[in-house]
Write a protein that binds this ligand. Structure first.
Ligand SMILES: Cc1ncc(COP(=O)(O)O)c(C=O)c1O
Length: 477
């Protein structure tokens, strides 16, 4: 099939022989994103578009239905199909260029959630109920260093229900964010004689610093299309820190074979698996894979956090702890004398009990899913040689740039536009030159009103860098 402009719509479709539905979907998204068709604009009937393009009518119907399900289009029997009011559209240019009021670029980093969508009203109501219900014992010095029993009970049933975890309130320890629990875990490991912790080749630099500060030697493990290559773990390794649901930041889940392999390694060697489930709730195409912890609760320290669905301001995270590790963890807490924070914990317990946490997860999942799809569509339309890698999940996207692109140049182009994001190599555990050209776009970080325009900025930064490179190589010839 050849290029076929549609008369009414001026659609410019390059529909390939093999995947006409894909191409049509992409072309329609592009037409909407770039403003060639705007909200309310009626689309041709399936029959006439199919005839124009020389594709089956069912192909067009399916694409319309898919885009309607995603909120891009609306249709009514008898009235036809049109572009939805809520469909993404070209943002105002001035807004798109805006940086922080003081001119500093805004963070657009992986793992940053949108603070503008924090459910302040529901949180305040939960805080009120929690304060009303708090007992004198809860308001005093607590004897139980694991944290509020009410919160641990709510979390145990939440984690069983949503992540398939095998956990009871006795085995849960509440902490100050994922990083706080990681620090306790690493210190407890070192205190028990551990020396070497394997970490994914790419990961959060702060987490490596925490482990190193606890006295553990870090051993990077390569990451590929199946997640961390756990076959590299040997008997000389005491533990491994993994992001199994959605590798941070490359976005691949740990494959079933590797999940089995890492559990087998832990069972054979007595090593500890630390499961960082930072964004396990945010999977978009299908249900998330369950927690690795469910396969081996005595080998896996599962850690989840409220920092993504709610926000870092809550500052709470939870660990489901293997039986043999519980005393060591609590001993560290006692030494460090971390703040008790009981009222905050009781608020979160109320918030979960009232199903506000579930509602918030659903709201944010829909929001972040839209953002990711919008970024994918925008990239496909403007820089088809760049691509999103990893599964549709999470609050950041891993963008592989066309071969030869300098990711630092893309980062610099982003900074000039007021957005701070990072190149893949900034997440690498060891300095080296083998990193693919890629950036991590933290679409979750934008305030909702700027989500679209920020995506335009990132894509523009990529476009500019590629154009520069073309000019450069033309000049060289
Ligand atoms: C990979 C990863 N794990 C965990 C977290 C959560 O950290 P915390 O609970 O300390 O906010 C983040 C936050 O950015 C992250 O990127």
């Amino acid at each position: 099939m050849s290029l076929t402009p549609h008369a009414d719509l001026d659609l410019h479709l390059e529909v390939g022989e093999t995947r006409p539905a894909r191409a049509l979907e992409r072309a329609l998204r592009d037409a909407i994103v770039t403003g060639r068709v705007t909200a309310g604009c009626r689309l041709p009937t399936t029959r006439s578009l199919a005839a124009d393009l020389g594709v089956a009518r069912t192909t067009v119907s399916e694409v319309y239905a898919q885009l309607a399900a995603e909120g891009w289009l609306e249709s009514r029997v008898g009235a036809g199909t049109w572009v939805a009011e809520t469909a993404p559209s070209r943002p105002d240019r001035a807004e798109a260029q805006a940086a922080e009021p003081d001119g500093r670029p805004r963070p657009y980093w992986g793992g940053y959630p949108d603070a503008s969508l924090f459910p302040l009203g529901e949180w305040a109501a939960a805080a009120r109920r929690a304060a009303d219900a708090a007992t004198l014992a809860e308001l005093g010095y607590s004897e139980d260093l694991r944290g509020s029993l009410r919160l641990r009970a709510e979390l145990a049933s939440y984690l069983r229900r949503t992540r398939g975890a095998q956990v009871s309130p006795e085995r849960i320890v509440i902490g100050q964010g994922f990083s706080g629990l990681l620090a306790l875990t690493c210190r407890a490991m070192a205190g028990a004689g551990a020396r070497r912790l394997a970490v994914e080749e790419y990961g959060h630099p702060a987490h490596r610093e925490i482990a190193a500060a606890a006295g553990l030697e870090l051993v990077p493990v390569p990451v590929d299309g199946e997640g961390a290559d756990v076959s590299r773990l040997g008997p000389g390794i005491d533990g491994v820190l993994l992001t199994p649901a959605h590798q941070f930041p490359t976005g691949v889940p740990l494959s079933p074979a590797r999940r089995r392999a890492v559990i087998a390694w832990a069972q054979q060697t007595g090593g500890l698996v630390i499961e960082d489930d930072y964004d396990g709730e945010f999977r978009y195409e299908r249900r998330a894979v369950g927690a690795l912890q469910a396969m081996a609760p005595d080998q896996v320290m599962y850690i989840g956090t409220a920092s993504k669905a709610l926000g870092p301001a809550v500052g709470l995270a939870w660990a489901a702890v293997p039986k043999t590790r519980l005393a060591g963890l609590i001993a560290q807490r006692s030494v460090l004398n971390e703040p008790r924070d009981t009222l905050n914990q009781l608020t979160l317990a109320e918030f979960i009990a009232a199903h506000s946490y579930d509602r918030q997860v659903r709201r944010m999942r829909a929001e972040y899913r839209r953002r990711r799809e919008y970024l994918a569509a925008r990239l496909a339309a403007r820089v088809p040689r760049a691509r999103l890698a990893g599964v549709p999940a999470g609050i950041q996207a891993f963008v592989i740039l066309p071969a030869g692109t300098d990711p630092d140049q893309v980062v610099a182009a982003g900074l000039r536009r007021g957005l701070a994001f990072k190149a893949l190599h900034e997440y690498a555990a060891s300095a080296g030159s083998g990193n693919p050209p890629a950036i991590v776009a933290g679409f979750g970080a934008s305030p909702a009103t700027r989500a679209q325009s920020d995506i335009h900025l990132v894509v523009a930064a990529i476009e500019e860098s590629i154009a520069d490179r073309c000019r450069l190589s033309e000049g060289e010839n």
